[in-house]
Design a protein around this ligand. Structure first.
Ligand code: ADP
Length: 648
């Protein structure tokens, strides 16, 4: 399986389903922020128009105040204008000052409009995407790498924000600029305007070429930076292995290699970029020189063959100032197109994620699960991970029932399917065949929150959220009193060590917090389940990480906890489950034995052998069991290999 996915390839499967992502973005999220959009747009137009005024007034000043022409302003009746030169100067200066002042106001409202438009949308998109994503079924998270999902929720959303803010802002600013300046230049002198605009198509052509060339180079850069990050992340995670295996030099060389790939890819892109921008400058410079020469000849009245003409010095200055401002925006359009394309790809990925269907779908007629006795029945249940019909069946024909209040233990070698059976009960996955019922209600007919509320689950892999110990115990219950929390912690044999932490129940744990041992984490998770007081309890190797002594102590509390509660327990240490009402022995995804501890010992099958090994009565399992386990193992490995082969 490749770790360093090119981000363009991520979610290829779902991207195809997303039509017109940008249109959808505006339809679904833009509408709510229409006010900000309108403010941004109107202010952009007004600010630009005001920006374009000063050179025009400068031209008027040169020609009429300092020159010979009559003082006149566009759209203003002649009778309103002052006669005296000083009056004209003050009026001109006044208009220019007002243009700057009002312009500054519009610049502010423009930025307010675009920024709030972009910020609101990025916030809404991110929270919506997260909300949809966390409701997807577990298969999805097993398939996708965390990094991929993080990159959508952070990079892609940020890229959208950048486009909505900078991109759209620049787009309108530049469009108005180009349009406004063209109108002014053509109305002043259309022939010189044509000459001044000669570089425009040339620049447009080169910009297009530049984008075509640079785009794949940027893709290379992104992919190599991804590889570099994966390598660094992997090495930092495995630093202990690197040290103990004495492979520092080997790893340094590997980092050197990927860093060099990144260097090469980046340099290739930089090389193109640093040639392009001076090139643009050259073209616009040539245009400038051309306009200057022709304009200057016209001002002084020198003939220039077929290009002869005339021009006032004021108009000449205005032309020079406007062409300067005109050329650069043309080159920036390329960047905006680039931003748009990236935003397009990002919203494809975002909507692709949002549109991913969940395999676990709640029946529209589902009703809240009402647990009375807590009787659970597995009826001929079969299941395999993965969507494909040919996916290997992991558990087959599982049939057993548990009366309300009983404790059932699932026992068997690793990989037998015990956890899978429990995940089906939690409806992390739906059964392929058969049915699971709680008090006669098929799980698929109950609402998902009510089902999860009824079940308490403590697994081998305990996860603590960043926060205090108390918050972690309370997680999912939320309105518990400190007293109840302490009570639950005591039952889970966690109270004592919690009290010894620097801040007791207020000690921060989890990432960046106090590090707890595996056993301590398990006890907190157990306290969480005890506090929740669920109708049905699932303990999947819940005490595997605690020492035997603590386990014995916890066991006493657990006995109280499970006395009148339907409980499923998976445990390797068989001593912890020998008192269970029922023991179901799984091997190879099928039930091979069932009964009580004593009954199973008498049967002298797999359970009896496992028990004998743990009790130290025999040294190892008889050949037949070991052989079966080995066969199973190699089959799993072969499957995994075949799957990896498919991915390459
Ligand atoms: P046990 O709990 O008895 O050790 P599991 O139920 O965890 O066994 O696993 C049973 C089989 O299912 C194993 O072969 C394992 O590789 C496979 N398996 C478990 N989880 C997944 C998954 N998310 N996707 C694919 N295969 C899985």
């Amino acid at each position: 399986m490749s770790v360093d996915l090119d981000e363009e390839e991520v979610f290829e499967d779902v991207r195809d389903r997303v039509d017109y992502p940008m249109r959808r973005l505006f339809a679904e999220y833009g509408r709510e922020n229409l006010f900000q959009f309108v403010i941004g747009f109107v202010s952009s137009v007004a600010a630009r128009i005001l920006d374009l005024l000063p050179p025009l007034l400068l031209a008027v000043a040169i020609d009429s105040i300092f020159g010979e022409q009559q003082y006149s302003l566009w759209l203003v009746p002649q009778s309103w204008l002052p006669e005296s030169q000083i009056g004209q100067i003050w009026l001109t200066v006044g208009i220019i000052a007002a243009a700057f002042l009002i312009g500054a106001g519009f610049h502010w409202t423009r930025n307010w409009g675009w920024n709030s438009f972009a910020q609101n949308i990025q916030h809404d998109v991110r929270t919506d995407t997260y909300d949809k994503m966390q409701r997807l079924n577990m298969d999805f998270f097993a398939d996708k790498q965390t990094g991929e999902l993080m990159s959508i929720l952070s990079n892609d959303v940020n890229r959208l924000e950048r486009f909505l803010n900078d991109g759209m802002n620049s787009f309108f600013r530049l469009s108005i600029m180009v349009l406004g300046i063209s109108v002014i230049l053509f109305s002043m002198n259309w022939r010189l305007a044509l000459i001044a605009l000669v570089p425009v198509p040339v620049i447009a052509f080169f910009t297009k070429k530049f984008i075509d060339v640079i785009q794949p180079k940027y893709a290379d850069v992104r992919s190599s930076v991804g590889q570099l990050n994966s390598r660094l992340e992997n090495n930092l995670g495995g630093i202990q292995v690197i040290k103990t295996a004495n492979t520092e030099t080997f790893e340094s060389d590997r980092v050197d290699d990927v860093s060099e790939d990144y260097f090469d890819a980046n340099w290739d892109a930089i090389d193109t970029r640093i040639k392009f921008f001076p090139g643009l400058r050259l073209i616009s410079g040539l245009g400038f020189v051309l306009t200057f020469v022709v304009g200057a000849f016209w001002v002084v009245g020198e003939p220039l063959g077929p290009l002869s003409g005339e021009l006032s010095s004021g108009a000449f200055v205005a032309f020079i100032l406007y062409t300067q401002r005109f050329i650069w925006p043309m080159a920036q359009f390329g960047q905006i197109i680039n931003m748009y394309q990236r935003a397009h790809a990002s919203s494809e990925r975002i909507f692709g994620l949002m549109d991913t269907p969940s395999r676990i779908v709640e029946d529209p007629d589902a009703e809240p699960l009402a647990v009375e006795d807590g009787r659970v029945e597995f009826d001929d249940v079969s299941f395999g991970y993965g969507d494909e019909p040919e996916a290997e069946t992991i558990v087959e024909d599982i049939t057993f029932d548990v009366e309300g209040g009983e404790t059932v233990a699932l026992v068997g070698p690793t990989g037998a399917g015990k956890s899978t059976v429990m995940k089906l009960l939690l409806r992390m996955y739906d059964v392929d065949e058969g049915a699971i019922t709680i008090d006669g209600t098929d799980l698929r007919e109950a609402t998902i929150p009510s089902l999860r509320q009824a079940l308490g689950y403590v697994s081998q892999e305990t996860f603590l959220f960043y926060g205090t110990v108390e918050e972690n115990i309370e997680y999912g219950t939320f309105d518990a009193d400190r007293e109840d929390i302490v009570e639950a912690a005591k039952m889970a044999e966690a109270h004592q060590f919690i009290q010894n932490l620097p801040d007791g129940y207020d000690t921060k744990v989890g990432e960046r917090g106090v590090k707890l041992s595996g056993g301590q984490r398990q006890r907190i998770a157990l306290a969480r389940a005890i506090l929740k007081d669920p109708d049905i309890l699932v303990l999947d190797e819940a005490t595997s990480d605690v020492d035997t002594e603590t386990e014995m102590l916890i066991q006493r509390s657990l006995d109280k906890l499970t006395a009148d509660r339907t409980t499923f327990a998976i445990a390797h240490r068989l001593s912890t489950i020998k008192d269970a009402d029922k023991i179901v022995v799984l091997e190879d995804g099928a039930i091979v034995e069932r009964g009580s501890h004593e009954g199973l010992l008498e049967e002298d099958g797999l359970y009896a052998k496992l028990w004998a090994v743990q009790a130290g009565e025999i040294d190892e399992l008889p050949e037949e069991f070991v052989e079966r386990a080995a066969r199973r193992r190699s089959q799993v490995d072969a499957d995994a290999e075949a799957e990896a082969g498919d991915d390459d």
